[in-house]
Design a protein around this ligand. Structure first.
Ligand SMILES: Nc1ncnc2c1ncn2[C@@H]1O[C@H](COP(=O)(O)OP(=O)(O)OP(=O)(O)O)[C@@H](O)[C@H]1O
Ligand SMILES: [Mg+2]
Length: 509
């Protein structure tokens, strides 16, 4: 007779249900797993065998064949251990047959029979819920992450003995609870904008970038404070919605980067990879694909400090995710798509020595050196950056000034209210912020009057802007209007948006 239990696994960042079929037959004792298993699953045989024996349950002296269906997806990891063990024990009449209906088993086994945590339980549980299962048995460590999905009863078990007693109704286990309403955003803020003196226009640009999720480039001489300003960005990013939090948590869950105490990621990610990063680690990849930095920055910030130091081919791979908001990786076994809706913040020096354009005139670089340096950031990439601001070095007077500057909390309040306006406006459009506006939305949400059009035309002729730049100015102007709580974009908003856009001309020509 074939015995069937349910488990789950992840493909990309989405879960899928796996049927674990167990056949016990007479004949020479043996143990086989079929259904495109990888080596970790093949090793599962030894773990399951030892775990069952060491829990003092007899291991059937029969020919055991396990099939993991659907058989056309390559399966990896140790997630099926618990389901395989449950199947063998069930087929061996260790608990009533009806106990496995409607139940999904997720967990890795130790040789002593204890149940251990696995990666990616959140996306699995979301899929399990969709397939109308109601009960999950998993490790105690994974239980609260799994319980994030409402409508599932998650039963944590520490070992196989507990599982069998529970299924025989000899042991009572309370389902894990995870009260999502009680989550409070406990921002860990160790860097605040109140420590940054002066630089009002850069701070304003960062505020606009945070409010509308716009890409931003900071250009300035060494020591002018670019890194200092960018590192304070997490302190003013708007709060994430529950859907955004779930999406980010899914990615981190699959990548195995969720911290033990963290069930749901509430703070927007801020990733700052070093310039020696490879293009595969930036976009994701590997034999069994894993999300890269662009996906780990989903709904948050990807900060590239000293951007021209990154190899040109690495920078170029950013163009596609910046436009499509996702990365697709092709492998022999199929393609995987990871979301990558991130905000790019980059910092650059204007030339190799760093002082081109500085009032002191101490730049020693030749024209071709400057051109080569800035040329590493290609025109199309620069075009995708909405805000380009110059960070000027502070004067002694500004540095020694005792005047108190705005704290991150005050700025974040404005950013949050501007983002709420956007969330409300785009409620039925499937987008979250102004930076995601597509051409079809632009004509509806970024309408401008004649005066505003004239100003834009003037800027266009003067700065030779591209069609993409035109749309980006309008999107930034929309965010400035939202920060102003204004219904319509007016000339003041357009003027400020243009002011944050023209910098590339100064260094490029
Ligand atoms: N506006 C400012 N207010 C207070 N301190 C500042 C300011 N700007 C710079 N500093 C000081 O200067 C230091 C250097 O700044 P930072 O490292 O951010 O410069 P940078 O522009 O990234 O330089 P580089 O191009 O060399 O990387 C900071 O750690 C900080 O102590
Ligand atoms: Mg720096």
């Amino acid at each position: 007779m074939i015995y069937k239990v349910y488990s789950s696994s992840v493909y990309g960042i989405n879960g899928y249900i796996v049927n674990v079929e167990i056949d016990l037959s007479n004949g020479l004792p043996g143990f086989d797993i079929v259904g495109l298993p990888d080596t970790t699953i093949k090793e599962s045989k030894e773990r399951v065998k030892a775990a069952i024996k060491n829990s003092n349950f007899g291991f059937p002296n029969k020919r055991i064949t396990i099939n993991l269906a659907p058989a056309d997806i390559k399966k990896e990891g140790s997630v099926f251990d618990l389901a395989i063990a449950a199947g063998i024990l069930g087929a061996n009449q260790m608990f009533p047959d009806e106990e496995i209906d409607n139940t999904v088993f997720l967990g890795e086994l130790s040789l002593d029979g204890s149940v251990k945590a696995i990666k990616g339980i959140l996306p699995m549980c979301m899929e399990i819920k969709k397939n109308n299962f109601t009960r999950i048995i998993t490790s105690a460590e994974n239980a609260s992450e799994a319980a994030l999905v409402k409508g599932l009863s998650v039963y944590p078990v520490n070992n196989l003995i507990e599982m069998v007693s529970f299924l025989n109704k000899e042991l009572k286990i309370c389902p894990a609870v995870c009260d999502t309403d009680s989550f409070l955003l406990n921002r860990f803020i160790d860097m605040d904008f109140k420590d940054v003196k002066g630089q009002h226009s850069v701070k304003r640009a960062l505020e606009i970038a945070a409010a509308g999720a716009h890409n931003m480039l900071m250009i300035g001489t060494p020591g002018s404070g670019k890194t200092m300003l960018a590192r304070r960005m997490p302190s003013i990013l708007p709060d994430m919605t529950f859907e955004e939090s779930l999406e980010v948590t899914k990615i981190y869950s699959v990548a195995g980067l969720l911290k033990e105490s963290e069930n749901l990621i509430l703070q927007r990610p801020f990733r700052s990879p070093h310039h020696t990063i490879s293009s595969a680690s930036l976009t994701g990849g590997g034999r069994i694909p894993k999300p890269g930095e662009v996906s780990l920055s989903h709904h948050g910030v990807l900060f590239l400090d000293e951007m021209p130091e990154f190899p040109k081919h690495v920078l170029e791979v950013l163009r596609q995710p910046l436009e499509d908001e996702c990365v697709t990786i092709s492998r022999v076994n199929g393609t995987v798509t990871y979301p990558a809706k991130f905000m790019l913040i980059a910092s650059v020096n204007p030339c190799p020595c760093g002082f081109f354009g500085d009032e002191s005139g101490r730049c020693s670089c030749s024209a071709s050196q400057i051109k080569n340096y800035m040329g590493k950031i290609s025109g199309p990439l620069m075009d995708r950056i909405d805000l380009q601001v110059e960070v000027k070095p502070l004067k002694f007077q500004d540095l020694s000034d005792k005047v108190k500057t705005e704290s991150s909390e005050t700025i974040r309040k404005r950013v949050n209210s501007a983002r709420s306006i956007q969330l409300e406006r785009y409620r039925n459009q499937g987008i979250f912020s102004n930076s995601q506006l597509k051409p079809k939305h632009m004509s509806v949400y970024c309408k401008i009057g004649i005066k505003e059009k004239d100003l834009l035309r003037e800027a266009f002729d003067k700065f030779n802007l591209s069609a993409r730049a035109y749309n980006r100015i309008l999107k930034v102007a929309r965010t400035i209007a939202d920060l102003d709580s204004a219904m319509d974009i007016n000339i003041k908003h357009i003027a400020e948006a243009i002011q944050h856009r023209t910098l590339d001309k100064k260094y490029y020509i």
